[in-house]
Design a binder for this molecule. Structure first.
Ligand code: SAM
Length: 249
């Protein structure tokens, strides 16, 4: 019967394609991909050609009926994105939701994911983290989103494009304070993989000093707010005095 496999693919290093991803893609009848030309190259790398259907954020609702029809025909559909894990700042949510609703098995084929890769080496707490994806492209929206996250205690993870990375770091330094600890991963798993770390201000300076600092792909990992930060301590002076007086000999 019909089934959907959600297949992770490399985020820059083809050697990260798992054996299981490879065999599921080989076995699939139809590949739903974000950019069919881009994904055709991946399929070529593993030596297969498959019928493909393009799935973008703006046509997903439309394409979902086509994919559901394929499942109804008993086909095995593999969903991939341009890089990494589908649905993680990538299309696929509507397809997965509808396939599950229709009762088809939906199987993860896990693998690379930029946010997890960055988090795994940032050296910041990972027991609780908040993936905030891409913040709004316009400054006002981005500032408002950051203001909302200012007192968040969990480690924060953002995706950002190279032409906005400096703007993001500037806004972050202003909203969170220049002392907030950050770790940036650039071009993870690729030839020019680079990390920038330190305070927000220091990271901003490193980026500006590096001629490649605004090239490639970035994950930004930020230490969460210290527990008391942003809280107003409501001290009742009289009550405090009573407590202290009671302790006096
Ligand atoms: N689905 C992908 C995943 O699993 O990570 C993310 C897709 S999202 C459209 C693309 C963004 O992910 C980039 O703008 C960048 O922030 C991040 N990204 C993807 N590959 C990366 C890499 N090799 N190094 C650093 N960041 C990367």
């Amino acid at each position: 019967g019909g089934r959907l496999s959600v297949v992770a693919t490399p985020i820059g290093n083809l050697a990260d394609l798992s054996d299981r991803s490879r065999s599921v893609l080989s076995a699939a009848d139809l590949v739903a991909a974000e950019d069919t030309r881009h994904s055709a190259r991946l399929l070529q790398y593993i030596g297969i050609t498959k019928p493909m259907v393009a799935l973008h954020d703006h046509n997903e609702r439309d394409r979902v009926s086509r994919i559901l029809a394929a499942l109804d025909e008993g086909l095995h559909v593999a969903l991939i994105s341009d890089a990494g894990t589908p649905l993680i700042s990538d299309p696929g949510y509507v397809v997965v939701r509808e396939a599950r609703k229709a009762g088809y098995p939906v199987t993860p084929i896990p693998g690379p994911c930029a946010l997890v890769a960055a988090l795994s080496v940032a050296g910041l707490p990972t027991d609780r983290f908040l993936f905030a994806g891409f913040l709004p492209a316009r400054r006002a929206g981005r500032r408002a989103a950051l203001a909302e996250l200012r007192t968040q205690e969990a480690t924060l993870v953002f995706y950002e494009s190279p032409h906005r990375i400096i703007d993001l770091m500037q806004d972050l330094a202003e909203e969170f304070g220049g002392e907030r600890e950050c770790v940036l991963g650039r071009e993870l798993t690729k030839a020019f993989e680079t990390f920038y770390s330190g305070t927000a201000t220091a990271v901003l300076e490193q980026l500006q000093a590096d001629s490649n600092g605004t090239r490639g792909e970035f994950v930004v990992v930020v230490r969460g707010s210290a527990p008391s930060e942003g809280e107003t301590v409501d001290l009742d002076a009289d009550r405090l005095l009573q407590l202290l007086l009671a302790e006096l000999p």
